[in-house]
Design a protein around this ligand. Structure first.
Ligand SMILES: [Zn+2]
Length: 414
């Protein structure tokens, strides 16, 4: 009898191991997708994900709630202090400026955390990665077995190409992790607003992409276990008042390089500046924004105090946003306003509508999250952090979290 039990236990363990070894996870990251954007949009595929799988309306981004920061947090499960992408724009004393002119997708900017595909590959699970930042490094080359070429953002391969490559990768059962990035609804929602018509179209387009992936997964042979995990890097909210840092510089006599992040901004003061004096001068605007000196940031700010971090961190809340002359260039009227107007004003020229970058407790910054597939239980997850996604995906694959990952594993199977 005991031998029979031992045999059954061994057989069961073997079966479990075999099931885990066969599983593939398709991970999708949309840009700037708040659950509020689904209101008033026919989204049958997102509805189905919610009905059949695990979902949450509160995937909480890391601060600042910006794209580059949270793509990297999503992929690595690390806080920005460890992965090194502390803002959408920053300055590195050796590498120089990380901004729209640099190749911000280059994994060489990272400071030591593994992406989920690096962690998977290291543990023997090959990955395919399309359009995601960090799939390629100028110093170390390809970061996964299959990637599409590193190209400037505007030349990204289109949805049809990416989905065709996904179908191809799914046919190879050795590929255990497939990761895809889509740059919407963010790309239209900044101008069109959270509930604008073009934003609704982008949400409907995302729903179509999800439907195509579900169809692809359903069409696979019965012995394949493929799960879908979908998230976004941050949400979005309406803003209509500008805090003009250039004007503040002139009024309060300080000079600084500014890393603009809409809901927040970092100031790199010029050498010999008196940081305490500048902080005091700016704190008179406390009704509109908060001022923190490096080394004294609030607990939810996990950007550390390394060389990439500015001397002062300014944090505002909607409907205010930090914007400066660089972003005013598209419109002369706005630029004139920028020079002559008050430090905090409502722009006459409505060249923007919705923004992000605010602190993570602003609910509109929270992003969608779904998981669906044969191994996934139907449940509502109250809240999860962006750092939880990578360890959760790796756990589905029966793999360990990446180096320095700080996230917890969400059990999606019960
Ligand atoms: Zn954005």
């Amino acid at each position: 009898m005991r031998r029979l039990v031992n045999f059954l236990v061994a057989a069961l363990l073997f079966t479990c191991a075999a099931v885990a070894a066969d599983r593939t996870v398709v991970v999708v990251l949309f840009d700037g997708f708040s659950p509020f954007m689904l209101e008033g949009v026919a989204a049958p595929n997102f509805d189905r994900l919610q009905r059949e799988g695990a979902s949450s309306r509160h995937l909480v981004p890391s601060f600042p709630t910006l794209s580059m920061v949270n793509h990297t947090t999503f992929e690595t499960g690390c806080w920005p202090a460890y992965h090194g992408i502390v803002a959408n724009e920053f300055r590195d004393p050796v590498m120089g400026p990380y901004d729209t002119k640099a190749d911000r997708a280059d994994a060489a900017w990272r400071t030591g955390c593994e992406s989920m595909w690096q962690a998977a590959e290291r543990q023997g699970a090959p990955a395919a990665v399309f359009n995601f930042v960090g799939r390629w490094s100028s110093t170390a080359g390809k970061q996964a077995t299959i990637i599409n070429d590193e190209v400037p953002w505007k030349d990204h391969e289109d949805d049809d190409t990416i989905l065709a490559k996904t179908a191809q990768a799914l046919e190879d059962s050795h590929i255990r992790l497939i990761a895809l990035y889509f740059d919407y609804p963010d790309s239209v929602a900044h101008g069109d607003g959270v509930h604008g018509g073009k934003t609704k179209d982008a949400v409907a387009k995302a729903d179509t992409v999800v439907g195509r992936l579900m169809t692809m997964i359903k069409a696979l042979p019965k012995d394949r276990q493929v799960d879908l995990v979908i998230g976004a890097d941050h949400g979005m909210t309406k803003v209509d008042k500008v805090i003009n840092i250039d004007k503040l510089k002139a009024l309060h006599h300080f000079d600084a390089e500014v890393a603009y992040g809409s809901g927040s901004a970092m100031l790199y003061l010029k050498p010999a500046s008196d940081a305490a004096r500048v902080a005091r001068a700016l704190r008179r605007y406390h009704a509109t924004f908060e001022v923190y000196r490096k080394g004294h940031f609030p607990a939810y700010v996990h950007i550390g105090s390394g060389a990439r971090v500015g001397d002062l961190l300014l944090i505002t809340r909607p409907p205010y946003a930090f914007e400066g002359s660089e972003l005013m260039k598209p419109d002369i009227a706005a630029r004139t306003e920028n020079i002559s107007g008050p430090p905090i004003y409502e722009p006459q020229v409505k060249w923007f509508n919705a923004m992000h970058g605010f602190k993570p407790d602003v609910v509109a910054m929270h992003a969608i999250f779904y998981a669906w597939g044969p191994g996934i239980a139907h449940r509502r997850i109250k809240q999860l952090d962006m750092i939880d996604v990578a360890p959760t995906v790796l756990h589905l694959l029966d793999l360990k979290p990446g180096n320095r990952s700080g996230g917890k594993t969400i059990d999606l199977t019960h």
